[in-house]
Design a protein around this ligand. Sequence first.
Ligand SMILES: [Zn+2]
Length: 347
Amino acid sequence: MYNAGMTTACAIVPSPGHVFPGHEEAPSRFQYFGDWDAKPYRVAFLDPEPAPREAVTAVHSERMLRFFEEACRQGPGITDYAPTYVTQTTYADAFLAAGATLACTRAVLEGRARNAFAIVRPPGHHAEPEAAMGFCLLNNVAIAARFALANGIQKLLIFDFDVHHGNGTQAVFWNEPRAAFFSTHQENIYPFRTGFLDDAPHARGRIVNLPLPARAGDRAFARIADEALTPLVERFAPEMILVSAGFDSHWSDPLAELGLSSAGYFALAQTLVTLADAHCGGKLVFTLEGGYNPKSVASGVEAVLCALTGPSTSLGVNAFAAQDPSPYEEPEIEDQLARLREWHGWR
Ligand SMILES: [Zn+2]
């Protein structure tokens, strides 16, 4: 029996024209998704359209967009040291990626889907109101969050588990009391200047940064789910949760050194589903950020989709546990969690 309320929506934007010699943020990141008809779950695919300009200018300045469009017209080229690149198709690709994230958000807001996943590139969370950076052109999750706040959502949470700090998203919502932002990331890596516990003393309990030691993985994230994510949701009481899903937190990622496995991603996504069901009427939208081992991107996407489509999907955490366990020992994160509680007054 078809039940729209239980549907998971999905929009895929592979952007084959957005490609640069030797760069990790490449269409090949999507090469192992496989045959969608053979999956143990069913999702409803949406046909994305480019984001409307006014949805994008709710986050990025006209000046930034003019510079971005002109850089693409003259492309291919490099726009920053990350390095971030553009090609002649990047402007259109980025608008389509943002549009796909919006389509997923609308499907959830309008009750056509229970939850959704925008599997898009280029990614977005480093992109700031005035500047593209860190492989990111338009901030997809911020554009979707601004749209949700303009269309009936009073308060929302953006959770960012990419291995890098979501500096762009933090900047967009720096002074927005209706949006909470929680970023977990590896300490002392790109973008270097943000993501510290004490970045935002004016927004304790709302802008939450948890820098983690290298190799922190499934065990650390199980504690984070219980001891940070859950209390944040209970206290902030969002009506919707948006997720910046970066699979570069996988232990095998070539650009970083956190220690999540597919089982860890599944458990984390399940926690998010449970929290969204309990507090947000189920409203939960994932959007893809980083992840540069194409195999761990595919297994991470699979883990998230299994959690989003549950409980109708029979696969549980055991299906992922044996798949790709981290070979590294995990550090304790007791001190990091204690400092986090102290800073935010979670006692
Ligand atoms: Zn990243």
